[in-house]
Ligand binder design. Structure first.
Ligand code: PGA
Length: 247
C-alpha cells in the first residue's frame, strides 16, 4: 500500500486556507507522488475543501460521535462527514483523549461509526512524556491498541497513527531507532490482535516537518505520517508528501 500522508489542521483554518488545499491538490495532481494524500480541516471547511480538492486529494474530519444522529448539541456524526464528502476521520487524537476525556472504548465506538459511514478511521495512540520516562510506552500503546481498535479492522478501513504526546507540537521527536522500535512493536500487537490487521498502515505523528520527513518515512513499518503544524501551509506540507515518494 502507498504511504498515507495526512494533515491534521486541528482548530485552524478560515476560508482563505482553502487556497492551501488548492495548491496541495494541484501539486499532487501534477507530480503524482507515491502517496495517498489527505487533509483534515476543521468541520466548517470540510465541504468546501472537498469541492476545492475535486478528487485530487482526500478530505477528512478530525473527530466524530458514534451515533449517526440525535440530540447531541455541537457534535458531528460520521454520516455527516461522509455527506460533506469526507472519506476519512481521525479518532482518538490525544487532544481529544486529554481535553474531552475520551476513553479507549469511546474511540473504538467512533472507529466503528466511521466504518458504518464508509470512512477510513485513523485511530490515534501514543504515550505521554511521563509514561515514556517511566519506560511504559510499549505497554501503553499495547493497551490503547487492544482497547481502541475494534474487531474487523483492516488495511482498507483503518490506519493507526502513533503519536507520542510529548512530540506533538513541541519540535521534539523520538530518535529514528525509537520510532522503528515502537512501530515494530505496534505491528506485533496488531498481528496478535488478528491477522486481518497486519497490513494496516501505521503512521508516525508528532513534529513531522520537511527536515525530518524523509528519514522518518524511510523507517521500517512507518506507513505514512500524521502531520499537524507542518500541514497548515502547502509550502511545508508539499516537501513531506514528496519525501513519501522517496520511500
Ligand atoms: P504536530 O501535530 O505535527 O504539530 O506535532 C501532530 C498531530 O497532533 O497530529
Amino acid at each position: 500500500m502507498k504511504p498515507l500522508i495526512a494533515g491534521n489542521w486541528k482548530m485552524n483554518g478560515l476560508t482563505p486556507a482553502l487556497a492551501d488545499v488548492e495548491t496541495v491538490a494541484e501539486i499532487v495532481s501534477t507530480s503524482l507522488p507515491n502517496a495517498d494524500v489527505l487533509i483534515c480541516p476543521p468541520a466548517t471547511l470540510v465541504h468546501r475543501a472537498v469541492q476545492t480538492a475535486a478528487g485530487r486529494i482526500a478530505i477528512g474530519g478530525q473527530d466524530c460521535r458514534p451515533e449517526p444522529s440525535g440530540a447531541f448539541t455541537g457534535d458531528i456524526s460520521a454520516e455527516m462527514l461522509r455527506d460533506a464528502g469526507a472519506t476519512a476521520v481521525i479518532v482518538g487524537h490525544s487532544e481529544r483523549r486529554q481535553y474531552h476525556g475520551e476513553t479507549n472504548a469511546l474511540v473504538a465506538a467512533k472507529a466503528r461509526a466511521a466504518w458504518r459511514a464508509g470512512l477510513l478511521s485513523i485511530i490515534c495512540i501514543g504515550e505521554t512524556g511521563d509514561e515514556r520516562t517511566r519506560g511504559q510506552h510499549l505497554e501503553v500503546c499495547k493497551d490503547q491498541l487492544a482497547g481502541s481498535v475494534p474487531e474487523g479492522a483492516n488495511a482498507d478501513n483503518t490506519a493507526i497513527a502513533y503519536e507520542p504526546v510529548w512530540a506533538i507540537g513541541t519540535g521534539k521527536t523520538p530518535t529514528i531507532a525509537e520510532i522503528g522500535a515502537i512501530h515494530a512493536h505496534i505491528r506485533q500487537c496488531l498481528t496478535r490482535l488478528g491477522t486481518a490487521r497486519t497490513a494496516i498502515r501505521i503512521l508516525y505523528g508528532g513534529s513531522v516537518k520537511p527536515s525530518n520527513a524523509r528519514e522518518i518515512l524511510a523507517t521500517p513499518e512507518v506507513g505514512g505520517a500524521l502531520v499537524g503544524g507542518a500541514s497548515l501551509t502547502a509550502a511545508d506540507f508539499h516537501p513531506i508528501i514528496a519525501a513519501a515518494s522517496a520511500k
